[in-house]
Design a protein around this ligand. Structure first.
Ligand code: UN1
Length: 512
């Protein structure tokens, strides 16, 4: 079978002539060993084929890992400030191409255009932040306990990093992982989600243009079972970073544990917003709508629970219901759209399943099905849906649904709110709306999540602070901020003795 492999930047014209994209290995676009491909479809109108991508296998992963290994000695020997300069060039290119990438993103995964722009901006932000790390990458110098002896610690790259990313932030999350990995001197094999390979191809093309040398960044597209597993299993990939669902994360953790790999997992959440009886309710409604239905609820940080003081619960719902009902559902590229489609048909089935179950346990306030508006029948649309009277232990309030479904839980006071908020397997993001400073500070202390917001929703983390969660939301690592460097570096402690004699620590300097 012959294939024309497009350079990633020139493709993506129209549905009838959807281009085929290659893997990116050793600085070249190339077909997979088998030549098999899969299609990426526009979730707002599945008749629109974005492109065809390589359905790769373990053989392709092996080639990419080899290319990354070959590029490693020169890249790690490149001074970190110089690695940072390449990253500055990439950040500037990403900024220059922001609109084009945002439009491609909305077409491929559905989020509304303003949010797609935000997604690319998040990539730009982390690229600039990490480019600066090229001139920091701080270690410690510290006094030795012995005279005439020097002690310091430095960060070193680990080697070839395996990076496996989700479709919901198809530029931002790959950048969260690629930037710290690369500035620290690792080389990378990147496996993007199969729902967003076009965004990944555009990103990799810009990395190449910015001047990352051939082999430093390699991309292999294809299924998790074939490509993801091969990458995690590879003995030549000592560090893996994965964002996705908990089931896959646990499987990866099993393999990584057996092979003693460094592994950073980001596995979602069941994030709650607490609304106290002294809250600014209009502000709370704004925060709830944005957090629950922004990105159609498809964020790890999305709010899927509102835990409201019973004194203001009716008032809150009276304000929330009409605003939710009025949200404009449609294709993300249409100017007035506020809620785009879900990613694929499996997502619609999953959300619909939870809604059906929810109808038995709780009262549906609004939404609950596919919108009836004409023109949306070829997309994966679902209405913003609110349930009231949900028990904190109901499946609606426990499982990560990853769609526009919000459960309202009524509580008699702060103590019960904290219990309900923390009563989940997850611990990523949380928020509280209150006008009382004391309550706000108690929440900052009591909420068992990696991220806490006061008088704001649960979404909107900034790239220079650590991002990640407790409990089932991950395995203790953090992305973004300088904490991200901990995933991709090994510490090396160095002692230099310039006394000219043998000095024994813990012995020669002790009295007696
Ligand atoms: C995610 O959904 O995995 O805080 C990432 C936010 C965004 C990142 C979300 N800045 O919602």
């Amino acid at each position: 079978m012959t294939q024309t492999i497009e350079p990633a930047v020139s493709g993506a014209s129209g549905a009838s002539s959807a281009p085929t994209y290659g893997n990116f290995i050793g600085g070249e676009w190339q077909p997979s060993v088998s030549g098999a491909t899969f299609a990426s479809l526009n979730p707002a109108d599945t008749r629109d084929v974005v492109g065809y991508f390589q359905a790769s296998s373990a053989a392709d992963v092996a080639m990419a890992v080899r290319a990354a290994e070959l590029a490693l000695p020169a890249w790690r020997a490149t001074p970190a400030p110089r690695r940072g300069e390449v990253m500055y060039a990439f950040a500037a290119l990403l900024a220059q191409h922001k609109e084009r990438l945002a439009r491609a993103m909305t077409r491929e995964m559905g989020k509304v255009l303003s949010e797609a722009r935000g997604d690319v901006q998040e990539g730009i932000d982390i690229a600039y932040l990490m480019a600066g790390e090229g001139r920091r990458l701080f270690g410690d110098t510290t006094p030795s306990e012995l005279p005439d002896k020097w002690a310091m610690s430095i960060r070193e790259p680990i080697g070839v990093a395996g990076i496996i990313t989700p479709w919901n932030f198809p530029i931002a999350i790959p950048c969260w992982k690629l930037m710290p990995a690369l500035v620290a001197g690792n080389t990378v094999v990147f496996k993007p989600a199969s729902d967003t390979p076009h965004c990944a191809a555009l990103l990799v093309e810009l990395l190449h243009q910015a001047g990352f040398p051939p082999g430093t960044v390699n991309m292999v597209t294809g299924g998790g079972d074939e490509v993801g597993t091969a990458l995690v299993e590879s003995p030549d990939v000592p560090v893996v970073s994965f964002t996705g669902n908990g089931h896959t994360g646990r499987r990866i953790a099993g393999i990584a544990a057996r092979r003693l790999k460094r592994l950073a997992l980001e596995l979602g959440g069941k994030n709650g917003i607490v609304v106290m009886d002294d809250a600014d309710l209009d502000l709370a409604v704004d925060g709830i709508l944005w957090s629950a239905f922004g990105t159609t609820g498809q964020r790890c940080t999305a709010a899927s629970r509102v835990i409201v003081h019973e004194k203001v619960a009716d008032d809150l719902l009276d304000r929330l219901e009409p605003r939710s009902r009025a949200l404009r559902i449609g294709p993300g590229l249409a100017q007035d759209t506020e809620v785009g489609p879900l990613i694929n048909v499996r997502a619609v089935e999953k959300v619909a399943g939870y809604v059906e179950e929810g109808r038995r346990d709780a009262r549906i306030v609004t939404g609950g099905g596919a919108p009836s508006r004409l023109g949306l029948e070829h997309g994966h649309f679902f209405e913003p849906t609110i349930f009231d009277g949900v028990d904190p232990m109901d499946r609606l309030a426990q499982d990560e649904i990853f769609g526009p479904v919000l459960s309202v839980i009524r509580v008699p006071g702060y103590a019960e709110a904290v219990t309900a908020l923390n009563q989940t397997r997850y611990g990523l993001s949380s928020s509280i709306f209150t006008r009382d400073n004391n309550t706000a500070f108690r929440a900052m202390r009591d909420f068992e999540t990696g991220i806490v917001y006061v008088n704001a929703g649960t979404i909107g983390a900034e790239t220079h602070l650590p991002f990640g969660g407790r409990k089932g939301s991950g395995n203790g690592h953090r992305e973004a901020g300088h904490a991200a460097l901990d995933t991709f570096t090994e510490w090396k402690s160095i002692y230099v003795d310039y006394s000219g004699r043998l000095q024994r620590a813990q012995i020669d300097n002790q009295p007696g």
